[in-house]
Design a binder for this molecule. Sequence first.
Ligand code: SAM
Length: 311
Amino acid sequence: MNIEIIEKPILFHLHGISGVVENERYGEVGVNLMNEMWRVVKGAKIPTTGINHWAYLPDNKMFVGVELRSPQQAPLPGQLEPLEFELQRYMKHLHVGPYQTLPQKWKDLKAELALRGEVIGSPSLEVYGHHCDDPAKAETTILIGLQVKAEKSTTTIGRNTFESIYADQPAWEIGRPQKAILDVADRITGSILDSGCGTGENALYFASRSHRVAGIDFLAEPINLAKRKAAERGLTATFLVKDALTLKDWTERFENVIDSGLFHVFGDDDRRRYVEGLASVLKPGARLFLLCFSDSEPGDQGPRRGEAQGD
Ligand SMILES: C[S@@+](CC[C@H](N)C(=O)[O-])C[C@H]1O[C@@H](n2cnc3c(N)ncnc32)[C@H](O)[C@@H]1O
């Protein structure tokens, strides 16, 4: 998919009308706000660039507005609200095709961003091209605000981000164990904790090899799915909703911990806390198998790198 990550800030200064969206009815609310905005703008004969901007704001708010040709012009009708915001860092994609295919395009873009380890910020917006009679040629520019790099390197990727990734198709959900885990499977003997297990493919693989396995994840949704898969496959494994940053308070002990993609989502302080917790749940002589992006990985996509030392 043709997407650009733009590091140069862009400023928007719009006038329009905002509303709250319930039950994900963005299209319907957006069209109503747009009709109302044009009724006011045309009624007051305000010169604009004519380009519709749909901005998606926090707390299910959306704003539909236009850029005015002379924003200082006074007086403006009371119904028109000003909205000024800057996207410091953002993704840009040109969607060419019918507006009805936009929701699927957003899903695809979010999945692609998750795959690249990008954390979606706010706001995001759609900028519509000028009217086109052929829906297949309609152009919509999608801009999605992204977390700035400096933040990405020092903060933990939080619960809300994982919830929104799970609302679509997470890039790591491949319906089977991760290859790197299969590669070390023969070196693992004894009980296993799968920390940040997601929907449990790695844990279930070891359960099928008769290991005593527990999987933990701080989100209930993937844990419930992992439990369902275990039941469907007739496998015995324990799946718990548990924050991996609280391992120090746990009384369970394991001969191995596998961590496939969890450690690298933590910021520095949480990494230290997590490592202390790992040390306390591992039995003496136990082993940790940790899969994360290494600093020898080319490019700068994905979560923050760990330093590659030993195996
Ligand atoms: C990149 S996914 C990897 C999932 C799975 N291990 C795999 O390899 O497919 C990271 C998982 O860690 C979970 N997670 C993130 N922070 C966590 C925390 N503090 N405690 C427990 N689980 C966490 C997320 O919900 C997500 O399921």
